[in-house]
Design a protein around this ligand. Structure first.
Ligand code: DC
Length: 232
């Protein structure tokens, strides 16, 4: 059966990575979390003092971008590929609210985007890939055979994210998470370079009232439709 490219875009915490991981596992495809790459650059910027509260040394970060080596390694136990920065596993470090607070500013930098998009295109060059992010169907893989655009209300998304952070043992307030979700929605949708927009040929899935199983079944049938049309 022919392997296709699946692009999943949408606002933060719309469950993109959950469905992307499920699909990749079911289909034997590679899953790439492009947000993890922007988070990794942000973590690098924090480590080097390029970004902190009220301070962003844009030129400093740009001058060191060639020192940012991002890779993914499949973790058998977790069932997905974890992200590494210069050979060090930073999967846990990039999921904090602190990184989330800075990442949209870093992801708005055109030089950062150019470098990430180049790597993302390479990772998906063989097809058989599910990639999630904000510009996958519009910029990274404009020819993807299946494009999904995930949505859910900001409150639903903040609650999901809040529960995830609590489960990890992070002491955060729901209000802080909601504020972060709303701020990122705004910056991601309004930046000049590759803003978050639904590709014209993307299928919108509002999962506010869908269970994970219902969502999976719905998307799998969309996939089957695309694949059977493709092989006609
Ligand atoms: O999916 P995520 O929440 O882990 O993404 C983190 C940030 O990275 C998000 O606020 C926007 C940015 N991002 C992006 O600009 N383009 C992508 N393809 C993926 C993420």
């Amino acid at each position: 059966m022919s392997r296709i490219t699946i692009a999943i875009d949408g606002f933060s915490s719309t469950g993109k990575s959950t469905i992307a991981k499920q699909l990749a596992k079911h289909l034997g495809y590679v899953y790439v979390d492009s947000g993890a790459m922007y988070r990794a650059v942000t973590y690098f910027a924090m480590q080097h003092g390029f970004i902190s509260n009220n301070h962003f040394d844009l030129n400093g970060l740009i001058s060191k971008l060639n020192d940012v080596n991002i890779s993914f390694k499949f973790n058998e136990t977790l069932g997905f590929a974890e992200v590494y920065l210069n050979g060090i596993n930073i999967e846990k470090e990039i999921r904090t609210l602190e990184v989330s607070g800075y990442v949209s500013r870093v992801a708005a930098v055109p030089q950062v985007r150019t470098q990430m998009v180049r790597q993302q295109k390479k990772l998906g060059a063989q097809k058989g890939v599910v990639m999630d992010g904000r510009d996958i169907g519009t910029v990274v893989f404009p020819n993807a055979e299946l494009k999904l655009f995930m949505t859910a209300s900001a409150k639903t998304r903040a609650l999901r994210r809040y529960n995830e952070l609590l489960e990890r043992g992070d002491a955060v307030s729901y209000e802080a998470v909601l504020k972060n979700v709303e701020e990122r929605d705004f910056i991601d949708s309004n930046r000049k370079d590759s803003p978050l927009v639904k590709a014209v040929d993307a299928i919108e899935i509002d999962n506010s009232n869908l269970s994970i199983e219902e969502q999976f079944d719905k998307i799998l049938s969309l996939y089957n439709e695309v694949v059977s049309n493709n092989s006609l």
